[in-house]
Design a protein around this ligand. Structure first.
Ligand code: UD1
Length: 374
């Protein structure tokens, strides 16, 4: 039988840990599945891209579109033009996209218009917040995709409420957690926290990069003021995203940071590799974030997570996990941090099918498709 020819798409940092276990699971069936890995180049800095390939043991991309940064329209358009050519040259049977970044949506639209089937991994997540570019990406991607692989029951309900045919929806679990489980032991062996003089449960980690939080000076300033207050109680390690660094500098807010090797205060670092950051999060007393992935990861690690957003596309992490949504106002961030630090955080449980086997399930379904099913 002819193998199923699949193009796997990655573009930005949160895509790599979702795609890595899928590639590994597909590699078990070289006669049935032929893979081509395309990197759009949406993220391109060593620390935002290449270092993840090394940490996660992923093969290098077969094709790099090198699109780089730009406005949403520019970036999306550049990806579409370049990816169309790839699809025409490669003639895949299926394109697999993950997550909700511009690359996810751009490649989905392009492939579908060429009549190519598309599978979306991490489908059905909804924040209901149309001011988030990611929500637009999620909606456009899901409405077009042929196979929708979901992480939890809520995502399946969302898709059905939007009229998606049940036959297209597969509740498989969370591939990002497959990666976490595979690397947990390895990350625990690192001596990074020791080198930094950090003790387990004696520090917090912070990520901050959402447009809604960092592109407005007053909002960003309020968040940083709250973090600074928290950092008087315990050091806050902040691997800063390039977007945020740019905004902090342009708003004249750099004085908030202490880049010396003092562990009191907000401690700013370059973006960290996957293993290093997992290592730090595993020992953290508290995670402060506006990222999607960290809400999922902290829930599985059992670390309290304060999400500085008014909504989340991952409500299961609040319903069942350790996540609390507080919005981006200083007083609300401080209130919740003080609750957590006084030992009152909720003890969550790990949601269903976060068992390290999501990629295996997806590949099982792909093999059925290859065998002529749906
Ligand atoms: C993107 C995703 C977001 C995801 C985040 C994870 C979209 C709409 N957003 O946001 O969902 O949570 O990635 O990191 O797809 N830059 C660099 N080097 C890089 C990449 C970016 O310096 O390697 C700078 C550039 O100035 C760029 C800015 O960061 O303009 C924003 O990058 P972009 O890919 O547009 O969005 P992110 O904020 O990274």
């Amino acid at each position: 039988m002819k193998p199923l020819k699949v193009i796997n798409v990655v573009g930005a940092r949160p895509n790599f840990m979702k795609m890595a276990p899928l590639i590994e699971a597909m590699e078990q069936y070289p006669e049935a599945i032929q893979q081509v890995l395309v990197h759009t180049g949406q993220h391109y800095d060593e620390k935002m891209s290449q270092s993840f390939f090394v940490d996660l043991g992923m093969p290098r991309p077969d094709i790099d579109l090198g699109v780089g940064s730009g406005s949403h329209a520019e970036q999306t358009a550049r990806i579409m033009v370049a990816f169309e050519k790839v699809c025409q040259d490669e003639q895949p049977d299926l394109v697999i996209v993950v997550g909700d970044v511009n690359s996810t949506m751009a490649c989905t639209i392009t492939a579908k218009k060429l009549g190519i089937r598309v599978a979306h991994v991490e489908a059905g997540l909804r924040s209901r917040d149309m001011s988030m570019p990611e929500e637009i990406n999620r909606l456009c991607t899901d409405v077009l995709c042929d196979y929708l692989f979901t992480t939890d029951y809520i995502a399946g309900q969302n898709l059905q409420a939007e009229g998606v045919d049940k036959q297209k929806i597969f509740f498989v679990g969370n591939v990002m957690i497959d990666t976490l489980m595979k690397h947990r032991e390895m990350a625990s062996q690192l001596d990074l926290s020791q080198k930094l003089g950090l003790v387990p449960q004696g520090y917090a980690t912070l990520t901050l990069h959402r447009q809604g939080n960092v592109d407005d000076r007053e909002v960003l300033k309020g968040i940083l003021e709250a973090i600074q207050e928290i950092s008087h109680t315990l050091p806050v390690i902040f691997p800063i995203h390039p977007r945020t660094r740019k905004m902090v500098e342009s708003f004249g807010l750099s004085d908030f940071f202490n880049s010396s090797e003092q562990v009191r205060g907000i401690w700013i670092t370059e973006p960290l590799g996957y293993l290093e950051f997992l290592h730090l999060n595993m020992g953290a007393r508290l995670v402060l974030t506006d990222s999607g992935g960290l809400q999922e990861e902290s829930t599985v690690l059992g670390v309290p997570c304060i999400t500085m957003r008014p909504n989340t596309e991952r409500p299961i992490t609040c319903e069942e996990g350790t996540n609390t949504l507080v919005g981006n106002e200083k007083s609300a961030i401080l209130r919740e941090a003080s609750r957590v630090l006084s030992g009152q955080s909720c003890v969550g449980k790990v949601p269903e099918k976060r068992d390290g086997k999501a990629a295996e399930r997806i590949v099982g379904i792909l093999l059925q498709i290859q065998g002529g099913a749906p």
